[in-house]
Design a protein around this ligand. Structure first.
Ligand code: 2M8
Length: 443
């Protein structure tokens, strides 16, 4: 762990910077994650953004959450990106997904064909706390039918064999694009032409084919081989009509992601609470699957941490990441394991100096400034602090929050992610969920 920092006096101006970033990324009742890299609406970004916005403008925060329903598919899925009508410089835009051949969204907006960590119920509950009773009742009433259908999509469509855990079909669904276990599961299906180019030493030719942003140094993003493999997965999903029964017949990696399932278990609890307050009854089938999912988390534990699991083989993907701590946030960790997890999380391996890293610093693939392969992410640390609190580790939770706050204070800017070693910012700047969660941390 690290020592509790003394906060500099200009927190107010830092908060003003954060509010400014959110305003700059505001597209109406949707907030884009960043002006340079991400011009559309992302599912879990909007949820974290709403958690911050509730302190500034609760009605606007409620609108941010509700706007996600505009992307909902007839099968209940809420997509990971709802495309805004902007000049599209985003590299995985509508033309990669072509969902218009398969389905339409509630609003007719274009979207991707995959989902993202189901943070909606958490955001709804937190926003609800800030609304007066009448506004909250209206908000819940508007949200509930779509939210219930989303949870049903996850528990039914994505758990076709009644295993309990839900399965993801792309690393983008996990939100942690290049996290090591996902990359190890995905790289075996690298397109042949990419491997050939690599073998020929034509890495530059490969890089030249990239259409993602040049704003960020290459060493802070996915490698070209990784990126082209993720595009290949999108192509398989598109050809499968985004239906799980077809996708499972392809060679696309299918993963019961530990972080996603942990977030879902917690979201299920929140959904139960919201439904109870609104006097809405959940179906017995859904209630049963929620229970089975919670129980199935146990299968992801092995000796000292939780892992994601391969849907096809049932084998654990034994590469440790920060995702292994999110069962604390879910509340599924037996008391005799909590110390093991908390010790690991607060050790210098994970928490060398500034916040908990996405991959432990002694991992051979650890890269302090490369995306989900080492950097500190503010949203994950927010979830971890909440998990510590749930288990009564109040000092550790307080210390983590103070440390993360200090990280942002020192940088003075709202970066996408930060080096856990020296606290330097990386990725996009003016990043919305960093700004929003800073506002929440300061509240
Ligand atoms: C990153 O992912 C997108 C694809 O979804 C990308 O790499 O283009 C991830 O960090 C993800 O968790 C995040 O939601 C998204 C937008 O901030 O960016």
């Amino acid at each position: 762990g690290s020592s509790v920092p003394t906060l500099p006096p200009d927190l107010q101006s830092l908060r003003a910077t954060a509010v400014e970033v959110l305003r700059g990324n505001d597209l109406g009742d949707v907030t884009r994650p960043s002006p340079t890299l991400y011009p559309h609406q992302w599912l879990w970004d909007s949820c974290f953004i709403a958690i911050g916005l509730r302190h500034i403008d609760p009605a606007r925060a409620a609108a941010e959450v509700l706007s996600l329903l505009r992307g909902q598919w007839p099968n209940g899925m809420i997509p990971h990106v709802i495309f805004a009508e902007v000049d599209d410089f985003y590299h995985a835009g509508p033309q990669r997904w072509r969902i218009d051949r398969v389905t339409t969204t509630a609003s007719g907006a274009l979207s991707t064909g995959i989902t993202q960590p189901p943070m909606i119920a958490e955001a709804a509950l937190r926003v609800g706390e800030m609304l007066d009773p009448k506004a909250r009742a209206d908000f819940y009433r508007a949200l509930l039918p779509g939210l219930i259908r989303f949870h049903e999509f996850l528990h039914f469509e994505r758990d076709p064999d009644d295993d309990g855990l839900v399965t993801l079909v792309h690393s983008w669904e996990s939100g942690m694009d290049n996290t090591p276990p996902w990359m190890e599961a995905t790289l075996p299906i690298t397109p042949r032409r990419v491997n050939v180019l690599k073998r020929l030493g034509a890495a530059e030719a490969l890089d030249a084919m990239r259409r993602d942003s040049k704003e960020v140094p290459a060493e802070e993003r996915l490698t070209s081989a990784e990126l082209f493999t993720l595009y290949r997965v999108v192509r398989e999903l598109r050809r499968s009509g985004y239906a799980f029964r077809n996708i499972r017949e392809t060679d696309v990696p299918l993963v019961q992601d530990v972080a996603f399932n942990a977030i879902l278990v917690r979201a299920d609890d929140h959904l139960v609470e919201i439904a109870a307050e609104a006097g809405v009854k959940l179906s017995r089938r859904l209630t049963r699957q929620m229970r089975r999912c919670r129980e199935a988390m146990e299968r992801l534990w092995s000796s000292s941490t939780y892992y994601s699991r391969d849907f096809r083989t049932g084998e654990l993907l034994r590469h440790e990441t920060v995702g292994g701590f999110l069962p604390l946030y879910a509340g599924v960790v037996p008391e005799d394991r909590v110390d093991v997890l908390v010790k690991a999380m607060t050790s210098p391996r994970y928490w060398p100096r500034y916040g908990v890293a996405s991959v432990p610093a002694d991992d051979p693939v650890f890269e302090p400034r490369c995306y989900w392969q080492g950097p500190v992410w503010i949203n994950i640390n927010w979830l971890l602090a909440d998990g510590l609190e749930r288990y009564g580790r109040l000092d550790a939770a307080r210390e983590l929050r103070a440390n993360v706050l200090n990280l942002i204070v020192n940088s003075g800017e709202m970066f996408e992610y930060y080096s856990p070693l020296d606290g330097s910012g990386a990725g996009s700047n003016s990043f919305s969920w960093t700004a929003a969660l800073l506002v929440d941390l300061l509240a």
